[in-house]
Structures are given as C-alpha cells and as structure tokens.
Write a new protein. Structure first.
Length: 367
C-alpha cells in the first residue's frame, strides 16, 4: 500500500511539473508551430519515461538499455526544472525592460531561448558523460594511522548498478591491497532476492583485517532485517549494528552505528553509547556512520576518524547546495572542533539518473 501511495504521489508531482512547464514555457517560445509541437511531444515522452522509471526500477523484466533511457529521463526532468526557474527569472526581467521596440524585444527573447536551450543541452550531455565514468581512486592523507584503509559507500546495487559493475569495483579495491575495508551504507537499492548474485561479488574483496558495513537509509526501504540476515549468513561483510569490533593487530576499535533514518521508522535506531560499549580505550577508534550529520550525536565521544557517505558529493550540480541545507559536509576530509576527522565519500555508484556534475564517483584510499 505504501508503494502504491508513493507511486501515485510521484506520478501526480511529475504530471503537475510537466504541465506547468508546458503552460509557462511552450506558448512563449517564438518558434514555428511544428517546433512547438515537437517540444510538446518531447515533454509527453519524458513524462511517460519518468513514470516507467519507477516501474522498471523494481522490475527485472525491463531490458538494461530501456531502464537506462528511463533513468536519463529523470535527469532530463531535473534540467527542465532548472530551465523553468531560469525562464521565469528572465521573463520577469524581460517584462521590466522599457523603451525597446517589438522587433528588438523578439530578438532578445529568441536569443535568450536559444542560449538557454544550448546551455541545457550542454549541461545534460556533460552530466551524462561524467556519470558514465568509472569510479576513481581518491588518495586521502589522513595521517592518523599506520595502515591503509579503503572506503566505499552508496553502491546502490539494483537497476543500472549490476553484477558487472560490482565485479569491476571489487577489482579496483583489490588492486590497492588494503589492510581494512569499510562500506558505509546504501549498498542495496532493491529487494535482496533480485540482486543476490551482485551482492555476493563483494565476497571477492581481499582485505587483511576484514570488511565492515553499516546500514544506510536505503537499506531501510527494502526490509532491513532481511538484508541484515542475508549479509550475515552469505557474505564476508561484518555488519555493525550499534556495536564495535576490536582489532588487536591494528590497535583499533571499529565502531558502527545504524542510520539516522531509524528514528523515522522506529527500527534499528542508532545508539552511539551502545556502539562504544566495551571498546579498548588504549586503541584508536574509527566510527562508521552513513550520514555526515551523525556528528551531532557524538556527545563526549571523539573518534580519530569518522567515515560517512550518503551525499554522493551532491551528484549533480547545483544539487550540492541543497545537500548543504541538510548535511554539515558534502564531500571530502574535514576536521571537527573536537579534533576528530571526518571523511565524506562521494559514493561509488549513483541514485536516480546515471549522471554526475562536479562530483566524481570514488573509491577512497585513506593513508
């Protein structure tokens, strides 16, 4: 029932937005009727693809190339939203200009429309190209430990993130010969049964001192208890649910908390006090927390390093500015007032459209 309600509300939002774009933009374009009709047809097709994206996202019956097109349509809608906002700003400016004859006014309008169309096309093309790039290895000099760390986050297995993508990512990780590997949430983005083989590829990660995982918000969307049971029984990932592991060989406490989304659903609620219980106070501590804003829950605890993800580095500019409204950091290494360091991973995968702009998919190699 919740899924049906979500789809209904999502469809209503998309229909409303595309209708608003049609009413506000198309009639004002100074183009021949045929071109206006082509733009209208494009809007209708994009709306249809948006709706089909939701269906294909949770179905194995849709071919990869079709799901790719449906995913791109979500990115197109984002560009249309930016276009609409800019169009309205320019429309107000255009109406406020006085002392210009009609021919010059039409020339300015046509020039503005042409420039915005060219800019939108370039923006969309660049974002698709950047989104198609392989994840890069970002070497991060933390300089607080005498061992190497690999962190990945936000894999979002399901849809376009398939077994081959996971396999290639594992190969990149293994090439770094890490001492320890951390996975900071959102590896799963659909029902476990449909992506079982893709998840099992993570068992091929080679790490001297283990692979440690904490829940992200997306795990809560797909039966988190089932996910936890599957990961514990069939993978090498050690799931930390408000608990810790002491690694004597590295003189390290690995502390993992569940995600803040647990508060909203009253399930697997994060508890840092419970997570810290029984650590070795003589050892350094790494805290795994999916969302950067978990730093608000630290209290008296001062881990040497916090590893987070969630933000995707903003994924598509200027969305990063919206992320800043909800999270203290969007990406990269930061030092907190309590001297703890936090690294926010930009994510190895993506969510929604396979697009990135001003944000690179990454595997973090911390030394």
């Amino acid at each position: 029932m919740n899924m049906i309600l979500f789809f209904f509300l999502f469809a209503l939002l998309l229909i409303s937005f595309h209708s608003l774009f049609y009413l506000r933009v198309i009639p004002k374009l100074l183009v021949i009727p045929l071109v206006a009709k082509l733009f209208t047809a494009f809007l209708v097709i994009n709306l249809l693809f948006n709706l089909l994206y939701v269906v294909s996202r949770y179905s194995n019956a849709v071919p990869y190339h079709l799901h790719y097109l449906f995913s791109i349509s979500i990115g197109v809608s984002f560009v249309l939203l930016l276009y609409l906002i800019l169009h309205e700003i320019l429309h107000v400016f255009h109406k406020g200009v006085r002392g210009i004859n009609e021919s010059k006014r039409k020339f300015i309008k046509k020039s503005g429309d042409g420039a915005m169309f060219a800019l939108s096309t370039a923006y969309l093309s660049t974002a698709i190209y950047e989104g198609s790039k392989e994840p890069v290895v970002n070497v991060v000099k933390v300089e607080r430990f005498d061992f190497s760390i690999v962190q990945i986050s936000d894999l979002h297995i399901g849809g376009l993130i398939d077994k081959e993508f996971v396999k290639n990512s594992v190969a990149k990780i293994n090439a770094l010969h890490p001492d320890i590997v951390f996975v900071t949430g959102d590896i799963i983005d659909t029902a476990v049964a449909s992506i079982r083989e893709s998840i099992l590829e993570l068992n091929n990660i080679q790490s001297k001192h283990g692979i440690y995982f904490v829940l992200g918000n997306h795990e809560y969307f797909h039966n988190p208890l089932e996910i936890i049971d599957f990961l514990k029984k069939e993978t090498k990932l050690q799931v930390l649910l408000n608990e810790n592991i002491i690694i004597d060989a590295l003189k390290l406490n690995v502390v993992g908390v569940t995600d803040l989304f647990g508060y909203k659903v009253d399930l697997l609620v994060p508890d840092i006090c419970k997570a810290y219980k029984g650590i070795n106070p003589e050892y350094k501590t790494i805290l795994l927390a999916h969302q950067p804003k978990f730093i608000q829950e630290l209290g008296v605890f001062t881990p040497e390093l916090i590893l987070s993800g969630h933000t995707h580095g903003g994924q598509i500019y200027p969305f990063n500015h919206l992320v800043k409204l909800q999270q203290p950091f969007v990406k990269g290494l930061h030092i907190l007032p309590n001297s703890s360091a936090i690294y926010v991973n930009s994510g190895i995968g993506f969510w929604g459209p396979p697009m990135r702009l001003n944000s690179q998919a990454e595997i973090a190699y911390l030394i």
